[in-house]
Design a protein around this ligand. Structure first.
Ligand code: GSH
Length: 214
């Protein structure tokens, strides 16, 4: 029985994997949690040539990248839907998703932040990361302020929420970003904390949890 479960290669602190954990929880899909500690290990690189988590293994399918994995889950388990039927609202979801995954998260990745530390100095790491996050949050706040209701694009949880929740958690708890300019995003962060599928996907609630941030 265990072998027929999907396997998720994860790291508790990975915001990209956090997105997938939320999708799996929302859709009620049981999965096996495989913690990755050495991203450059040859066996792991066979699955994920970039050396990144998340990776989802479902029977003979190996899917790398959170967006691809979530779309695969959406196709295989359409309920509850993670995309709205309205094409305009879908576009807002894709836009928010892309801001997080292309214009914020890659700039806060450990490798990049360590590189900034080496080149500019250790004290530059945190302000540099914060400024990248703040730039992205400024765009997200503007995009979502007229669309958000209980959730980012209305009264249902959609794709944008799966990308926003982990990014907000990292910004607030790990990178100590000042959220006063972002009332919509701050309110969404509080809402996500009330939803079990989101709470159970938090870094601190994973089997490989690290109970401190640095
Ligand atoms: N676009 C990819 C990005 C994956 C990614 O950057 N993963 C990070 C964690 S969130 C990682 O594995 N970092 C390990 C490293 O940089 O060595 C996705 O959305 O899955």
């Amino acid at each position: 029985m265990e072998n027929s479960k999907m396997k998720l290669y994860s790291h508790c602190m990975s915001s990209c994997t956090f997105r997938v954990r939320i999708a799996l929880n929302l859709k009620g899909i049981p999965y096996q949690y495989q913690s990755v500690t050495t991203f450059s290990e040859p066996e792991f690189l066979k699955l994920s040539p970039l050396g990144f988590v998340p990776v989802l293994v479902d029977a003979h399918s190996v899917i790398v990248d959170s967006f691809a994995i979530i779309m695969y889950l959406e196709d295989k388990y359409p309920n509850p839907p993670l995309l709205p039927p309205d094409i305009h609202k879908r576009a807002i979801n894709f836009q928010a998703t892309s801001i997080v995954s292309s214009s914020i998260q890659p700039l806060q990745n450990l490798t990049v932040v360590e590189y900034i530390g080496e080149k500019v100095g250790p004290d530059a790491k945190l302000p540099w990361t914060q400024s990248a996050i703040i730039k992205g949050f400024t765009a997200l706040e503007k995009l979502l302020k007229d669309h958000a209701r209980r959730y980012a694009t209305g009264d249902e949880i959609y794709l944008a929420d799966l990308f926003l929740a982990p990014q907000l958690d990292a910004a607030i708890n790990r990178f100590k970003v000042d959220m006063k300019e972002f009332p919509t995003l701050s309110r969404l962060h509080e809402t996500y904390a009330e939803i079990p599928a989101f709470r159970e996907a938090l870094p601190e609630n994973q089997p490989d949890a690290i109970h401190h941030y640095n």
